[in-house]
Design a protein around this ligand. Sequence first.
Ligand SMILES: NC(=O)C1=CN([C@@H]2O[C@H](COP(=O)(O)OP(=O)(O)OC[C@H]3O[C@@H](n4cnc5c(N)ncnc54)[C@H](OP(=O)(O)O)[C@@H]3O)[C@@H](O)[C@H]2O)C=CC1
Ligand SMILES: CC(=O)N[C@@H](CCC(=O)OP(=O)(O)O)C(=O)O
Length: 325
Amino acid sequence: MSIRVGIVGISGFGGGEALRLIAAHPAFELVYAAGEGSAGSRLVERFPGVPAKLAGLLIEKWDPEALPPLDVLFASLPTGASAEALARVPETVKIVDIGGDHRYADGWAYGLADVWPEQIAGRSRIANPGCFPAATLNTLAPLLAHGLIAPGNIVIDAKTGISGAGRGGGDSRFGFAESNENLQPYGLLKHVHMPEIATTIERLSGGSADGLVFTPHLVPMTRGVLVTIYCRGSASTEQCLGAARAFYADRPFVRVTDRPPQTKWATGSNLSFVSYAADPARKLVIAMGVVDNLGKGAAGHAVQNANLICGLPETAGLDGAPVWP
Ligand SMILES: NC(=O)C1=CN([C@@H]2O[C@H](COP(=O)(O)OP(=O)(O)OC[C@H]3O[C@@H](n4cnc5c(N)ncnc54)[C@H](OP(=O)(O)O)[C@@H]3O)[C@@H](O)[C@H]2O)C=CC1
Ligand SMILES: CC(=O)N[C@@H](CCC(=O)OP(=O)(O)O)C(=O)O
């Protein structure tokens, strides 16, 4: 029997990527689509290339009290816009929230699926990590778990494609003329992802994440996140790579590479690439991670989490190769 799923926020970048993955999923059947401004449109009007079986599905006005029978709801709403409404979704409907309202909130599991799948399976309320935290935490987890780096004074230099800002795009700095041939830092000192990154570093290490620095930069590409993370530790490059290979030995989506990873390696996939370069003499470990912000950074991770809470193979609907070039 198929598992009935819905997507609220389907017209957005995160919701659209969830639609793409669910349309090809072997067990999920999309029976509900919702939004605000897009309500009243058929899916084909928003996504001309949508598979024929879904073309006529009507985008409903989002109303948590008017859901059809559903097993799983993917919520891809602007951060700040989901908490009140999702609290009114019946308990019988499992939820994966792609937005930021429930990360480390009471009653919600933080869905860092590659690192702690056992904390996700069996739950019914999952908060998907943000795109930068997904890239960062997958990269740091093996080093923190093996005590190869200090949890304090970690410096994260991050780069993101423009789609990370969503279709709404916020303000004019996301337009073509402003972003093409341009690089800009933003969110200095107080980006919203810092709390979930710090909390998870502390959970994984048992130490304090004091001194954390995180600076994202907007890069003129559509998709992709690259994090270059500077840490203190005496491990060698081989020790770091070995720790990551052991940590992710049975995990399907994390690839440990000798070479520094590149954003295009992950495009269109739920993969996460990690690599390391370390100089014990300088007590310096450079950890590098890559994800697709709409894949492991959003909808791919959400489908992985949904697979876990539905008792499906974790890779269901996610085993396609990345887009290349
Ligand atoms: N883009 C990315 O790479 C990532 C995004 N996220 C998070 O995912 C969430 C969605 O982001 P993204 O897809 O990029 O954003 P978009 O701006 O592309 O899409 C937002 C969606 O939310 C819908 N929406 C807005 N307000 C309402 C409302 N009041 N009721 C119902 N629907 C509403 C819009 O629908 P309509 O068009 O119908 O108005 C639209 O479908 C955000 O919380 C974001 O932070 C997380 C990780 C990565
Ligand atoms: C380019 C850009 O603006 N990117 C977003 C990250 C998207 C994301 O992961 O968002 P949530 O944590 O809200 O879910 C940002 O920096 O806020």
